[in-house]
Every structure is written in C-alpha cells, then in structure tokens.
Design a protein around this ligand. Structure first.
Ligand code: ZN
Length: 500
C-alpha cells in the first residue's frame, strides 16, 4: 500500500489491536488468526470454501492473511477498526492459479491459435525478433493485466530469460513462479514439427548450453526466490523432451530437490514429438523421462495430449501432476485424456499457454471438453464445475507447492481472492453460484482481485499498473510489428482466400 504517516499509524494501531482481536474471536469460538497490517472485512457476503458455499457471512483479511470467516456482526465486533467492503450481492472465490503461461506470446495473438502445432503460419519474419528494448517486457505486462482481470492470482511464467521481465512482473502484484526454461540440444531448438521429424538426425547435446542454462536458473533463483515477502518463487524447467539430454533432466530435478521446489516440462504435445522420441531414443516421451528419473510428484508436466495407456500408467504411478491447458488444447484440435490421467493418479492443474492468459475461460473449456471426451453411458454429469474450480485453485497450489498458503479460502491462508459481482443478468437467479459462474459467468463479473492481502484490482480498476497507458503502448508496438511482418510476405490463413 502507498506509504504515508497516516497509514503507518493505522497499521500500527491494527497491529496493536491484533492480539485483543484474536482473544475475542477465541472467546466466541470463531476460528481466528491475526497478522500485522490493516484489516478489511468483506461483510454480508457469499464465500466459496472447500466445504461448500456459505451465504451471508463475513471474511476478514488482516495483513496478508485470511484472519476470520464467520457471522458478519461477530466479525465486525472483533475488528472494530476494519475497513468494510460491502459484500452484499457479491461472492468471494479463491484466486485462480495459472500453471503454464508464456506471457510474452501476447504479441502473436491472431497468428498462432489457428495454425496448428507447432505453428505452421510460416511468417516471413518472426514477430518477437522485431521487439526493441523494453517492448518484450511490455508484452509480458499486458499479459499480466489480462491475467488479473480474468481472476488469476498466481501465475507460472514458463520461458527462457525471465530475468529481463522479472522486476516488472513482480510489480504487477501477482504471485509469481518464474519457471526458467532451458535446453541443451544443439540440433533441435523447439517443438518438433512433421517436417522437422522427416529431416531429423539423432539429437546431439552441448554441455556448454546446459551449463549456461543451469547458471541462468541459479542466478534467477538467487536474485528472486522468496522476494516480495515470498510472493515470488523460482522453479527450474526443462523446455521439452525433444531438447533435453538425460544429464539436463537430472540436473533440473536435482536443483528442485536441493531447494525443495517444483519443476516442469512440456510433454507429449504432438505426434511428431512422440515419433521423434521413439525414433531417436527408442521410447515414448514419458518413458524417456521415467528412465532418467524425471517423473514424480514435484513435476508438473504441461499438456500430455498424446499419451497412450502405458504413458498414463507411468505418469499416474509416479504421481506426476498434469498441467492441462484446455483452451489451447481445444484450439489445437485435441484434448488430453484427463479422465484417464485422473483415474491413474495424476493430480490435475490448469494453465493457459500462449496468447491468452484467461484461466477463467480455461475452466469452462476444461469442463466441456472433459465431459465430451469421457463418453459416459449417461453423459453430462461428470466432471462438475466444483471439480474444475478445484483443479484451477487447489490443483494449481499443489503444482506450485503452496497448498498450505493458497488455493482455498481458509483461515490462516494467504488472502488471494476474487470478489465476483453476482448481480448480473446471467448470474441471477443462481441456485449454485459455482455452477452458475463457471457455466454462465464472464471475467468482467470480477470486480476486485486481492493477492497477498493487497488489492491489485479494486472496483474494476487495476491499482498496480497504469492500464490505459500500457494498453495504448502495446497497441502501438503491435501495429508496428504486424505491419512489418505482413509487409514482408502475405500470410496464408488455412482455408481462407489469400489477401495481401
Ligand atoms: Zn507452453
């Protein structure tokens, strides 16, 4: 919060009152906990908890924590000096956790979603190569703005060279995991394509690339892990099965174990990847990872779209977490066998992947595509919206190894939450608010977002960034770059007439 003498005094008073408040709560038999800093009480509101939905109650945020949940009059008596946020007609949801984002890919909106995977658009110039100076960070920041507006409170940024945008990302107020991604293959740079597979030779690996990658992870970890009162974490990441040597996999996992972190990789994204691994390593991607000790409960593997029953058994037995990017998978025309992965023992988390950072949309697409792909004898009853909310909150918390801190609205946990305005034509009447919101809701129903006890959006105004300025600037940069890309050669949109 902005520092001022008045606020400091208020903080001091809140801290002084904290002990008395806890005592009062205890006397009334209300579960309570106190923390330094100011207190905000969301009064007469609806709260989505793990045990169900509670109506006409209050939630107190003291400092960075959820301090109490209970009847409004009792909570207000306990925190007489608290700021009151009128919660009537609102519902508090736990903040969403995006376990797989590439924030800078906002630049390529419109030229990635419709060209298959890997992107077959064959642009004359790579748009990212035209970014100058701080413009890469600008693209990351516009993605962070979208993430906040669509209900994300924790985001895992998966890319190489995160240090360039780390400070800007930390300033957004989001809880962040910087998953610094590395490779050591010399002759495979990115995801395998059918053409690349046809031309491919056995991968060769470079110790220099590997050492440089591990150094980047180590440097980022030293600078950022635990920063901003623990709001920032750093995890190691192997980019892809195609670009990883056994040594790289071992070093990434070793780093995670040494520092008690999670780690991640893109896995079984395409048929070309599976065929490449079989051709050059003799095994499918999950077996390659299993052989080199990479699977396990610290790993959250992104995608798992092309997995067979043997792959699913390996992933399940090892307790590997699957980060499911339902909206991007659907864009790619394929959906992973989530029901089978769940049944095999894989916890499910969610991510957005490229171009969009809207995890709210992901929950809805995940619900619908899992129902379709299950092909149940009596379809349309599994999974339920509550299951999707769980994947996007507690599932994410497990992936980022913060289940004790985030992922649900519970006393003692970090105050990472969303205030949803339920007085909307598409949300009233609503017998079940979780179902109504996931089926019919819109991200614009979110009026406030709190991370670590701080408002990052309040009454639909972003408070951590100059949103209008950033949008205008990103628009200007995007127009310049796309003019240049399109000027260098017409882009053929599959199935559409070619236009210059
Ligand atoms: Zn990805």
């Amino acid at each position: 919060m902005p520092g001022s003498i008045a606020l400091s005094r208020r903080q001091l008073l809140a801290r002084a009152g904290a002990g008395a408040a806890a005592l009062l709560l205890e006397q009334r038999g209300i579960q309570g906990q106190t923390a330094p800093g100011r207190t905000v009480v969301f009064s007469h509101t609806t709260i989505v908890t793990v045990d169900g939905v509670r109506d006409d109650v209050a939630l107190a945020v003291a400092g960075d924590r959820i301090a109490a949940i209970g009847p409004t009059d009792e909570i207000l008596r306990t925190y007489p000096g608290a700021e009151i946020y009128d919660g009537r007609g609102k519902a508090l949801f736990p903040g969403l956790i995006n376990c797989h984002a590439h924030l800078a890919a906002t630049l390529e909106r419109g030229f990635n979603e419709d060209f298959g995977f890997p992107n077959s658009a064959r642009l004359a110039i790579r748009p990212a190569s035209l970014l100058q100076g701080e413009e890469g960070t600008l693209m990351v920041t516009i993605g962070a703005l979208e993430a906040i507006r669509t209900g994300t409170t924790t985001i895992v940024e998966n890319s190489g060279g995160i240090s360039r945008s780390a400070a800007a990302l930390a300033r957004t107020g989001l809880r962040c995991v910087f998953a610094e991604s590395i490779r050591d293959s010399e002759n495979v740079a990115g995801p395998m394509s059918p053409d690349g597979l046809a031309r491919s030779a056995a991968p060769t690996f470079s110790r220099k690339l590997r050492d440089e990658g591990m150094q980047r992870i180590n440097d980022l970890f030293t600078t950022w892990h635990g920063a901003k009162q623990g709001r920032i974490s750093v995890f190691p990441a192997a980019a892809l099965a195609e670009t990883s040597s056994p040594e790289l996999l071992q070093q990434v996992r070793g780093f995670a174990e040494k520092h008690d972190l999670g780690y991640t990789i893109h896995l079984s994204q395409s048929r070309a990847e599976v065929d490449f691994m079989v051709r050059h390593h003799g095994v499918r991607p999950p077996a390659f990872l299993a052989t080199h000790g990479f699977l396990g409960p610290r790993l959250f593997a992104a995608h798992c779209r092309y997995v067979d029953d043997g792959d699913i058994a390996l992933l399940g037995k090892s307790g590997t977490i699957v980060s499911h990017q339902a909206a991007m998978a659907a864009n790619r025309g394929v959906i992973p066998p989530i029901a089978k992965l769940r049944a095999a023992g894989c916890p499910i988390a969610n991510g957005t992947d490229n171009n969009t950072n809207d995890l709210f949309e992901v929950m809805r697409v995940a619900l619908l595509t899992e129902r379709i792909s299950r092909d149940d004898p009596f379809p349309g009853v599994r999974p339920q919206p509550e299951d999707m909310l769980e994947d996007a909150t507690l599932g994410g918390a497990r992936a980022v190894r913060q289940t004790k801190l985030v992922g649900s609205l519970e006393v003692g946990k970090k105050a990472d939450l969303l205030v949803v305005d339920t007085q909307r034509a598409h949300l009233v009447p609503a017998g079940r608010i979780v179902s109504a919101w996931i089926h019919n809701g819109q991200p614009s129903d979110i009026e406030s977002v709190i991370v670590d006890g701080e408002f990052v959006m309040r009454n639909r105004k972003i408070v951590t960034m100059d949103e209008a300025g950033i949008v205008a600037e990103a628009d200007k940069v995007g127009r310049r770059i796309w003019k240049q890309v399109q000027g260098a050669g017409a882009i053929a949109v599959p199935g559409r007439p070619l236009k210059r």
